[in-house]
Design a protein around this ligand. Structure first.
Ligand SMILES: Cc1ncc(COP(=O)(O)O)c(C=O)c1O
Length: 399
């Protein structure tokens, strides 16, 4: 720091986040604790990241074992955990090959690069355009914020990346433009998360997949928020009866350990060859240890069945709450990715929830986003509903 620092500079951290006045120091299962020892019910799961709850034993054990042996060795060498995780992901998806990176934005960057290279080098098509959808969110790097169909995310970052265009989400008529333009790829979320918890319509997705197939357009799904069991299947695309060419993922893959990935089918994977893409940390021994333990636990412990059972219970409880409060306009989402659309006041409710020892999120201006850990119990859902009800009442009374 220098003597010339602006007077407004009160923190050594850059002001990229507006933070809640809570300092979290510990977590276990569905709960976190602050530095004063106050316990909170965490229905954010680190924004759909701690899908198995905080500090899950199975993942902790595997990472601790790996910590004793090798932390990092570069992708110039073979990494057993990486190969094992890739095998798990391809065996449980429609994809054939995996590239590992460290975050969601990087996963989408890899998907976009793969699409461009596939178009330029394999298809020789002359267009490397990627089409995305309004209200989408795909990340904060220059390419992924350009892919994001929200002006507020792009504001001030001009010039944006060339080669992107946008179509309205869930709009059947607009799909005609796709057939005319024949871009290299489309990239979409099957439930738009940051954009307001908006599920894609089945008919629209089916038609979109058909147009992609007929016109040799790569179908790329961003499962960064919806993947890893969040919606009740390992990936949300399974519920739509489609087989995407590329799946991007991150968040829940490492239970909180930073990791991202794309899974591509054989056709799309031809776009990359040695030297065309890479990442120093991508898929390193520690991150992929967390990934192997996370995916194994998800698949071998009936977590998906549990999500389907408790999400139905959560739906029923939210429905009862909607009947009590006329300001609740809609309940949306899939599995344990839920949005409660309010007439107004969603940010205030999220603020009030903190004093009722509940952590929840917004998604867009009027939606409260609910992301419990996947092993959440019905008793924890009851506790959540009580705290949410109190938070709505506090907001209405202006307390
Ligand atoms: C659908 C989706 N895509 C991409 C991203 C970006 O992921 P990351 O923050 O790990 O870069 C997010 C993050 O919220 C997301 O929800």
């Amino acid at each position: 720091m220098t003597a010339t620092q602006p007077l407004s500079l009160t923190s050594p951290l850059m002001a990229t986040y507006s933070r809640f006045p809570v300092t979290l120091v510990k977590g276990k299962g569905s709960y976190v604790w602050d530095d004063q020892g106050v316990q909170y019910l965490d229905f954010t799961s680190g924004i759909a990241t701690c899908n198995l709850g905080h500090v899950p034993d199975a993942v902790k054990q595997k990472v601790e074992e790996q910590l004793q042996n090798l932390w990092h060795c570069s992708n110039l060498y073979h990494i057993p955990n990486q190969a094992q995780l890739a095998a798990l992901l391809t065996a449980n998806s429609c994809g054939d090959q995996v590239f590992f990176c460290n975050s969601g934005a990087e996963a989408n960057e890899a998907a976009i690069k793969l699409a461009r290279r596939y178009a330029n080098k394999v298809k020789n098509s002359g267009t490397s355009e990627v089409v995305t959808f309004t209200q989408s969110f795909h990340g904060r790097t220059l390419a992924t914020l350009t892919a994001t169909g929200q002006e507020k995310i792009q504001h001030g970052f001009a010039p944006l990346m060339p080669g992107f265009s946008y179509l309205p989400f869930n709009d059947l008529d607009a799909l005609g433009q796709l057939a005319e333009r024949k871009p290299a790829a489309v990239l979409l979320e099957l439930v738009q998360g940051e954009g307001g918890v908006i599920p894609a319509d089945q008919e629209w997705v089916s038609k979109l997949a058909q147009v992609c197939k007929e016109n040799d357009i790569l179908l790329m799904v961003d499962e960064i928020q919806t993947g890893m069991g969040r919606t009740g299947t390992l990936f949300a695309y399974e519920q739509y009866g489609i087989e995407p060419d590329v799946i991007s993922m991150a968040k829940g893959l490492g239970s909180g350990f930073p990791i991202g990935a794309i899974i591509a089918n054989e056709k799309a994977a031809q776009g990359f060859e040695p030297g065309s893409h890479g990442s120093t940390f991508g898929g390193n021994p520690l991150a992929t240890a967390a990934g192997v333990a996370t995916v194994t636990y998800l698949l071998e412990n009936n977590v998906l069945d549990h999500v389907n059972e408790v999400s139905q219970y959560l739906d029923e409880q939210l429905q009862s709450l909607k009947e009590k409060f006329s300001i609740i306009k809609d309940i949306r989402g899939k599995g344990l990715l839920k949005g409660l659309a309010f007439e107004s006041g969603a940010p205030e409710i999220v603020q009030k929830a903190i004093s009722h020892q509940l952590l929840i999120l917004t998604a867009g201006p009027n939606v409260v986003r609910i992301l419990p850990p996947l092993p959440v119990t019905k008793a924890e859902i009851d506790e959540f509903i009580i705290a949410l009800e109190k938070s709505i009442q506090s907001m209405e009374k202006g307390e």
